[in-house]
Design a protein around this ligand. Structure first.
Ligand SMILES: NC(=O)c1ccc[n+]([C@@H]2O[C@H](COP(=O)([O-])OP(=O)(O)OC[C@H]3O[C@@H](n4cnc5c(N)ncnc54)[C@H](O)[C@@H]3O)[C@@H](O)[C@H]2O)c1
Length: 457
């Protein structure tokens, strides 16, 4: 197989972060610690995971970071926007995700990242009021132009050679679908006419994508998941991915539900409750923002279990998701799942999960991987929706006529095969038949029959 032609990864990579709260500050603190060789990037595939290349008997399993030409974390520089004037240092202290001494070890680096003035619209975010003056623009078109100016200035000041943008801002109220979403022309007209269906996250996405900058969306906001911005991404050569980082409960769901389906165990109900007390929890206390999050969390089970194909097993299960804002917990979220399942002859059984997770600790490595993989995609000339990055999202963005893939294991396989293809290696199918086909094919074990499946298993 031929590797894709890749532009080199040298020079600084600027990571633009609209939203400099718990996730963003935890991510940057981790990278700055890595630069000082004081932090382990646990949870990051790009930094820790090995990837098997070729057949099992070739024993080639290098680390992804050693065989895929990714930007190095030491080359990352950061910029961003927020509704609050806090630097990343203050944001990290307030979010209190990391222990004080960990934050203080990179205090200077975090303090150097100060937010630029945001684009803000109360209609889309009701529970937060900015303390940093939002941009004064006559309309949304001008707001996008001001964001582009910020981006150019950041690139000049930071010396970044390439840029990526990752939305780490709050969950907005979902916009009503409108004409501006349907095509790029209509979107640009909508920006000039202040179309109400264009929320701030779409303006940030537009600004980045129009400059060919890769864009990922860590919230369930619609953001770049509209035909207009997909069209723009294809035109400008910007890779895009979303939506909503897959961290606590949904990570568990998309790992467990495939097991139920693989074993043909039925499901009669899945009740999920969460308490969390960070700023994200405060935002989600607003019913409008919660609805956006709920939609994102609810879709995964149907996507995996396929009730239409298995009505007897999954045709009538009850799925309920609750998120309660409970300040004493801060970022240390707690999630409970009660899962009512059925086995042989319809006999009921139960699974209980109590996950005491730390949301931003699970989200930070996702931000790092997305920054590096989106930059890789851009250098490989891949534009538009990057479905191979579904692994990182609760509501993976894909072509509108396809079903999004939610199964964590298929997503993982998809991600690694995409990396193999980018490098010119054969993708794996794991069938393993040709290790045992010596008699059938008259070949020595290990020789591949060209008629057999696509690659080494
Ligand atoms: N924490 C997680 O593990 C996790 C998991 C999945 C998704 N998410 C999503 O990621 C996002 C960030 O989470 P967080 O815990 O860091 O939240 P946070 O509340 O700590 O930070 C979000 C920040 O975005 C800022 N913001 C909101 N609107 C903005 C705008 N228009 N321009 C610039 N800044 C804006 C807010 O002021 C806030 O500081 C949320 O949407 C959340 O739902 C988080």
């Amino acid at each position: 197989m031929k590797a894709l032609k890749l532009a080199p990864a040298g020079g600084r990579l600027g990571v633009l972060l609209p939203g400099m709260g718990a996730v963003a500050s935890t991510f940057v603190a981790g990278v700055e610690l890595m630069k000082k060789e004081r932090g382990a990037p646990i949870g990051s595939l790009s930094q820790m995971q090995a990837i098997r290349l070729g057949r099992r008997d070739e024993n080639r399993s290098p680390r992804i970071k050693d065989c895929v030409p990714l930007a190095r974390p030491g080359e990352l520089v950061f910029g961003g926007w927020d509704l609050f004037p806090d630097s990343l240092l203050e944001a990290a202290r307030k979010a209190a995700v990391l222990p004080r001494e960990t934050i203080e070890a990179v205090a200077e680096d975090l303090d150097a990242v100060r937010p630029m003035a945001p684009v803000w619209d109360r209609a889309y975010l009701r529970n937060l009021t900015p303390r940093l003056d939002p941009k004064k623009a006559r309309n949304k078109w001008e707001a996008a132009a001001l964001l582009r100016e910020d981006i150019r200035k950041f690139q000049r000041m930071s010396g970044a050679k390439r840029l990526v943008m990752i939305w780490c801002g709050s969950t907005e109220v979902l916009p009503t679908p409108g004409p501006a979403h349907r095509s790029l022309r209509a979107f640009e007209r909508g920006l000039k006419a202040d179309a109400p269906e264009i929320p701030p996250s779409m303006i940030y996405a537009y600004a980045a994508i129009s400059m060919g900058i890769p864009y990922a969306n860590g919230a369930p906001n619609l953001s770049a998941d509209v035909p207009a911005l997909v069209e723009l991404a294809q035109q400008t050569g910007a890779p895009i991915a979303g939506k909503d980082f897959k961290t606590g409960q949904t990570l568990m769901k998309t790992a467990l539900a495939p097991m139920l389906k693989a074993r043909m165990l039925g499901l009669s109900g899945w009740y999920s409750a969460n308490i969390l007390g960070n700023r994200d929890g405060e935002v989600l206390d607003d019913p409008g923002s919660f609805k956006t999050k709920e939609k994102s969390k609810m879709s995964v089970l149907d996507g995996i279990l396929d009730p239409k194909l298995y009505p007897q097993l999954y045709g009538s299960y009850h799925h309920k998701v609750r998120i309660d804002y409970y300040p004493p917990r801060g970022d240390a979220k707690e999630g409970w799942d009660n899962i009512d399942i059925m086995g042989w002859l319809g006999m009921p059984m139960q699974i209980k999960i109590n996950f005491l997770c730390r949301d931003s600790i699970l989200a930070a490595p996702i931000v790092l991987d997305l920054a590096l993989f989106l930059d890789l995609a851009k250098r490989a000339g891949m534009s538009g929706v990057q479905e191979w990055l579904s692994f990182y999202f609760k509501s993976p963005q894909c072509r509108p006529d396809l079903r999004p893939e939610h199964d964590l294991f298929i997503q993982h396989w998809k991600l690694k095969n995409a990396l193999r293809l980018i490098m010119g290696e054969s993708p794996l199918d794991h069938a393993g038949l040709d290790y045992y086909d010596a008699t059938a094919n008259g070949q020595r074990p290990g020789r591949r029959d060209p008629e057999l499946a696509l690659a080494s298993r």
